[in-house]
Design a protein around this ligand. Structure first.
Ligand code: FEO
Length: 392
């Protein structure tokens, strides 16, 4: 029970290791589905990943749910929609209530029959008797059809992926440790929502106007204090960056690492927070989290197979796809006998509105004149951070 007549019927996936075969899930995840029981009608808000449909159906049995009138589909992605066909089969009179775009995706993805849908528009309401659902379109978090639903009388906002976090916890309202909740939500934002930062800015405004008493996402914890997550999102989606330089590197024989270590020290000396990540060992999720706020990102790579290291290209590609608000970028590294590739990194950063520093590529083991170039780069980074007012 989340509140009077509002029940959690979702599923925790404690041991799911990865999402989209890309994103690590160090805390597992959950697929949150909610049942709202009105005096006349009953609504299910989203379903669960198909691998957990038996848990959803069992939860409905436990609550002795004889009838579901409406299945609200806030989002067509299968981790929320994938068990809708099973619910439709169990409750033959139920209608899938969603927007036109979501309906079209659900037909494509799940082959749901056209006559099982009820189409709603932005701000439409649906009565459950003593309770009212209001549909609030919140597109592009992170698909085009995404929406939220507002339980008017209780001021509860069901947001699906929006404000979600990949955390499996037996505490619906989250563990006491706010840092855990914050970091889970930040990782989720970084990996899934960040490319849609501008759309989220508009959606946050809509959410604030509603002034919800509770935010109930489709993954992770329910927020009894919505301002906590709204304020966190406002920081992440703002144009403000932190005085931080990420150095994403890989090194084969140590020369590139020497440059990275020297640059980190030089940045610290200049008052810039440096965060090197050796991508041979680092988690992409942690890099994504740091990309949320960092003012500068540096890619550091040796040459191999006559080009920069493929792992650096992969990470640059991912950073480019995540579209962080990073303002400055640089490329450094070491080569032995030659090769091309600086352009290859640059070509993978086209989505970023960054000012690029002059690349520093050196031959072999770094020499005093090479370290001098790195010192100069650190100084340029610090100067830029001063220019935009994040370094005193
Ligand atoms: Fe949690 Fe976009 O699905």
């Amino acid at each position: 029970k989340v509140d009077e007549d509002v029940y959690y019927v979702g599923s925790r996936h404690w041991d799911r290791p990865i999402f989209d075969e890309l994103l690590e899930l160090p805390k597992g995840t959950s697929y949150n589905s909610y049942l709202i029981s009105g005096s006349q009608k009953t609504a299910l808000i989203d379903s669960v990943d198909p691998c957990k449909k038996h848990e959803l159906l069992r939860n409905l049995d436990v609550l002795n749910v004889k009838n579901i009138d409406y299945i609200i589909a806030n989002h067509a992605e299968q981790d929320h929609s994938g068990s809708i066909p099973a619910v439709l089969e169990r409750y033959p009179q139920a209608k899938v209530v969603t927007n036109e775009k979501c309906k079209s995706l659900l037909i494509d993805l799940l082959d749901i029959n056209e006559d099982r849908f009820m189409i709603i528009n932005d701000n439409d309401t649906l009565s459950l008797g003593d309770k009212t659902l209001q549909f609030v379109f919140t597109p592009w978090v992170h698909w085009p059809e995404t929406m939220s639903v507002y339980l008017v009388e209780k001021k509860m906002l069901f947001t699906c992926d929006f404000f979600g976090s990949h955390i499996a916890t037996s505490k619906i309202f989250g563990p006491k440790d706010e840092k855990l909740v914050y970091e889970g939500a930040k990782r989720y934002y970084a990996e899934i929502m960040m490319p849609f930062r501008k759309n989220i800015q508009k959606n946050i405004q809509k959410v604030e106007e509603l002034n919800p008493s509770m935010i109930l996402p489709g993954h992770g914890v329910v927020y009894k204090n919505p301002q906590f997550i709204i304020d966190a999102y406002k920081k992440w989606i703002s144009d403000n960056v932190d005085n931080e330089a990420l150095i994403i590197y890989i090194s084969m024989h140590g020369s590139t690492k020497e440059l990275v270590d020297y640059l980190s020290d030089a940045l610290i000396e200049q008052g810039v927070y440096a965060r090197p990540y050796n991508i041979a060992q680092s988690s992409l999720g942690e890099i994504a989290m740091d990309l949320v706020d960092a003012a500068t990102v540096i890619f550091a790579s040796p040459f191999v197979l006559a080009g920069v290291h493929p792992k650096i290209i992969t990470t640059a590609y991912l950073a480019n796809a995540l579209r962080p608000k990073t303002k400055f970028a640089g490329i450094i590294g070491s080569f032995g006998w030659g090769g091309k590739g600086v352009e290859h990194i640059k070509n993978n950063l086209t989505n970023l509105s960054v000012e690029l520093f002059e690349p520093v590529y050196i031959k072999g083991k770094p020499k005093p004149e090479d370290f001098k170039k790195i010192t100069d780069l650190a100084k340029q980074i610090a100067d830029k951070h001063k220019e935009i007012g994040i370094l005193g």
